[in-house]
Design a protein around this ligand. Structure first.
Ligand SMILES: Nc1ncnc2c1ncn2[C@@H]1O[C@H](COP(=O)(O)OP(=O)(O)O)[C@@H](O)[C@H]1O
Ligand SMILES: O=C(O)C1=C[C@@H](OP(=O)(O)O)[C@@H](O)[C@H](O)C1
Ligand SMILES: [Mg+2]
Length: 178
């Protein structure tokens, strides 16, 4: 059965989409970003929230996550995907990389308005989301990288090295000691 090489989770603007893509390229495996899948099938995330509400977005997201986790390669999730209990159960069987970032680092990264949950509240809203979700992120993480003050290339190389070094260690990729 095909299983993802790794799944990237973490708060909005931690770098999941950008770093995940780079890790996949280094390893020569496919890359799937669940938000991109949703946008391709259903249109812009901000429009989905505005027209149908967050619960509808979460249902579309769960389906995109389920499909992505059934395939190979590196999978980057949206920041709120881990709120879904079925997704939490799925992630317990996989190598999960948690990307974190400080509020100072993220403040510069969240301009542009494509994240509806941050559209009015900015960095304060981000900090509230992170406080609520941190227990879930930490419970699911196999390993954590902080992206606040290191370049994408360096972080991606380290994550790819780590994944390559554990490949085939016990067949699950999840590892015994973490
Ligand atoms: N390590 C990093 N250093 C500086 N900027 C970064 C870093 N990682 C990501 N970014 C930038 O932050 C923004 C959000 O990155 P993105 O990959 O979309 O995050 P996420 O998918 O976690 O929301 C992008 O503009 C990206 O280029
Ligand atoms: O944290 C969240 O609830 C969300 C994060 C976004 O993805 P990124 O984490 O890739 O920004 C996107 O899925 C949507 O705007 C909701
Ligand atoms: Mg993303």
């Amino acid at each position: 059965m095909t299983a993802p090489t790794a799944v990237l989770i973490g708060p909005p603007a931690a770098g999941k989409s950008r770093i995940g893509k780079r890790v996949a390229r280094i390893l020569g495996v496919p890359f799937t970003d669940t938000d991109s899948q949703i946008v391709a099938a259903h249109g812009k995330i901000a429009d989905i929230f505005a027209e149908h509400g967050e619960p509808h977005f979460r249902a579309l997201e769960r389906e995109a996550v389920r499909a992505a986790l059934a395939g190979p390669g590196v999978v980057s999730l949206g920041g709120g995907a881990v709120l879904d209990l079925d997704t939490q159960a799925d992630l317990r069987k996989l190598p999960v990389v948690l990307l974190t970032a400080s509020a100072d680092a993220v403040r510069k990264r969240i301009r542009g308005g494509k994240r509806p949950l941050l559209a009015s509240g900015g960095i304060d809203a981000w900090e509230r989301l992170v406080a609520e979700r941190t227990p879930i992120y930490e419970a699911l993480a196999t390993r954590v990288w902080d992206t606040s003050s290191r370049p994408v290339d360096q972080l991606a190389a380290e994550i790819a090295d780590w994944l390559a070094s554990r490949a085939g260690s016990d067949g699950s990729g999840r590892g015994a000691s973490e």
